[in-house]
Design a protein around this ligand. Structure first.
Ligand code: SAM
Length: 264
């Protein structure tokens, strides 16, 4: 009898372990709706050629891929990188929270107008040690911050694209945004994925973004433990502002439509 109960418990734990992501997904309450990218912005609306839907000049970009064996951490998918590239074509002032390898900064620089300015903030190995994280922050997200803060040189270092890029080595929680309010056309939030960090970076971005400017968040996914603080925070925020998830990506999107769209 006791052996049977023991066996059933082992089988149940195994089923739980194998399906834990699906179970977490089922239990997560998501308030954020998903949209096709062409429903969010005209640049992505395709042109029809008979039965084919094709890109227009608005969505053709300069691009590269990084093969898996280069072992670069913290990257966007190719589809996400393309979306960022298209938005950057019409953005003169861009801010990125989280530089990491500089892959996204490089794509933003390769596609933005010649007179564009890109500010990107990151931690280095010394500053990551001084980071004051909240005890409630997700532990895997904390570990990832350390492994993603190892770069001293970036993909754009020494290239012609470097001149548009200004790297700020600082904890974003200490960033003074007084001179940055209502200045940015595009902000990409992809820094620390802990609750305290994503909250800080978002609250600052909502003050930094211009009217009609766009904020994109990376790593919004349901059921992934290392992204759980991003999921939680954005869902809370979605009751205050119109945040949309972009289908087939881990990106969330917000367009600043002025007072009504802002946090009050
Ligand atoms: C996921 S990686 C960014 C990937 C990059 N955006 C890309 O697309 O290639 C996270 C980055 O956020 C930075 N970061 C984490 N917490 C931070 C903080 N509190 N202040 C500034 N940067 C932070 C890390 O140093 C790392 O560079």
């Amino acid at each position: 009898m006791l052996i049977n109960v023991f066996l059933i418990l082992i089988i149940l734990s195994l089923i739980f372990y194998i399906n834990k992501k699906k179970i977490r997904k089922f239990l997560s309450r998501n308030n954020i709706k998903s949209y096709n990218i062409d429903d969010l912005d005209d640049s992505f609306v395709p042109q029809k050629k008979d039965i084919l839907l094709c890109p227009t000049d608005n969505s053709v970009v300069n691009f590269f891929c990084i093969p898996g064996n280069f072992n670069v951490v913290g990257m966007t998918s190719d589809f996400e990188a393309w979306i960022l590239a298209v938005f950057s074509k019409k953005s003169k002032k861009i801010f990125e929270f989280g530089t990491c390898s500089g892959k996204t900064s490089l794509i933003l620089s390769m596609n933005s107008p010649d007179n564009a300015e890109i500010d990107t903030i990151t931690l280095d190995e010394e500053s990551v040690e001084k980071l004051n994280l909240d005890s409630k922050d997700n532990k895997i997200a904390k570990r990832n911050i350390i492994s993603e803060s190892k770069y001293k040189k970036f993909m754009f270092s020494g290239t012609v694209y470097e001149k548009k890029i200004n790297v700020i080595f600082q904890n974003s929680q200490l960033l003074d945004i007084n001179q940055m309010k209502n200045k940015y056309d595009l902000i990409f939030i992809d820094g620390g994925h802990t609750y305290s960090c994503i909250k800080n970076d978002t609250e600052k971005s909502l003050e930094m973004i211009k009217e009609d400017g766009i904020i994109l968040w990376h790593d919004f996914s349901i059921g992934k433990k290392s992204h759980s603080d991003v999921f939680k925070y954005l869902n809370e925020l979605s009751f205050k502002i119109d945040i949309r998830h972009i289908k087939n990506t881990t990106l969330c999107y917000f367009k600043n439509k002025g007072r009504d769209g802002r946090v009050v």
